[in-house]
Design a binder for this molecule. Sequence first.
Ligand SMILES: Nc1ncnc2c1ncn2[C@@H]1O[C@H](COP(=O)(O)OP(=O)(O)OP(=O)(O)O)[C@@H](O)[C@H]1O
Ligand SMILES: [Mg+2]
Length: 229
Amino acid sequence: MNEIVLLDKINKLYGDEVVVQVLFDIDLAIKGGQFTAFIGPSGSGKSTLLNIVGLLETPTSGAVFLDGQDISGMSKDELASYRNEKIGFIFQFHYLLPEFTALENILIPYWIGKGKPPEKVVSRAMYLMERIGIEMCSNKYPHQLSGGQQQRVAIARSLINRPKLLLADEPTGNLDSKTSNMVMELLREIVRVDKMNLVMVTHDRDIAASVDRVIEIVDGRISNDSAVE
Ligand SMILES: Nc1ncnc2c1ncn2[C@@H]1O[C@H](COP(=O)(O)OP(=O)(O)OP(=O)(O)O)[C@@H](O)[C@H]1O
Ligand SMILES: [Mg+2]
């Protein structure tokens, strides 16, 4: 199987007394080595779908396969270590740890999995920071950084472990166009060089125009898919 992501009839409902269905029977297969964008109106279910792919939320019904593996059989611990090792996540709202510097924040996913990072991992962190224009922030704490700088720290953090699957929820939402271009260039390079798979939610039509596949979500359903014309 060469699908990195395979979704089978995913439904998601929220609420106990008042139940709201936000995803309806989503079937989706994403091939390896591609850059995919989710687009669609606010509230249509893009983040919910991305969170399900990233194993942060469980669907109400339906199955998720990542890289050929059915994740429904995994225990909580297995899910957590699978996530840390194989999945990188860039959230719509970034969460940096305030008591650590930018460089330390970037290295945290490595620490969690493998302990003290060797020199070559620290160099990779510095390289990532340089590529997106935040090398001067390495020893600063999050409260000393602008919103856009914090967001870029979160982007570098998501890349430190070279995750096989990178999920990004509007990663350039807080950035001006020049910085946004730097981030997009880095992400494209990484998809190519590290053979990473990238799924990104974006409102940016320019970004959506430059990816391999665009999937439009409207009212919890796939309303358009550029791979299936
Ligand atoms: N935890 C929750 N409990 C109840 N409803 C929720 C929850 N999370 C999301 N929703 C609802 O699900 C729907 C889809 O939300 P989602 O965050 O996936 O939208 P989105 O497409 O990412 O929107 P945006 O572009 O504004 O980020 C919305 O109507 C939202 O209010
Ligand atoms: Mg969202």
